[in-house]
Design a protein around this ligand. Sequence first.
Ligand SMILES: [Zn+2]
Length: 191
Amino acid sequence: MNTELKLSSEKHPESCPALVLNADFRPLSYYPLSLWSWQDAIKAVFLDRVNIVSSYNKSVHSPSFEIKLPSVVSLKNYVKPPQWPAFTRFNLFLRDRFNCQYCGEASDLTFDHLLPRSKGGLTTWDNVVTACSKCNLKKSNHLYHEANMKPLQWPYKPNVHELHKNGRLFPPNYLHDSWMDYLYWDSELEA
Ligand SMILES: [Zn+2]
């Protein structure tokens, strides 16, 4: 929709994502952070699904109207947040605080199956750990006790709160100023 919309600023509009808050003004999701493209955010505004909480200084316009690109929107209807985070590479690394679970190395990370796939190990939260390439290669198809490589932490399925706790240690590279009021507010309270 809105193909007739023209950006009044020619600077990369794709770099203007909107932070999406639930109706309780908490981010809809943290991992990944709930962000919509400006197109999706404006569409939701027109569909009356969100309120605009904060805006960028850029705007889009058509012959009949002009609207600032939203930087923060909140849903009008509360959505029950998922209790369990998605099983993704990023979330796995986050659970393990971006450290190889065999040697503690923080670079060149990949993941390793505690019970190797060749021995029936599944790619699940409780069988996969963060590992550096070196350890991954070293452990190869061995069982951890055969290779004498006991993980620092036994793999487990984290809940959203556990990831959120670790997430404060690794904030995303890019956070717009207008988002800060809605992120990490509970860490302020704990400080
Ligand atoms: Zn390692």
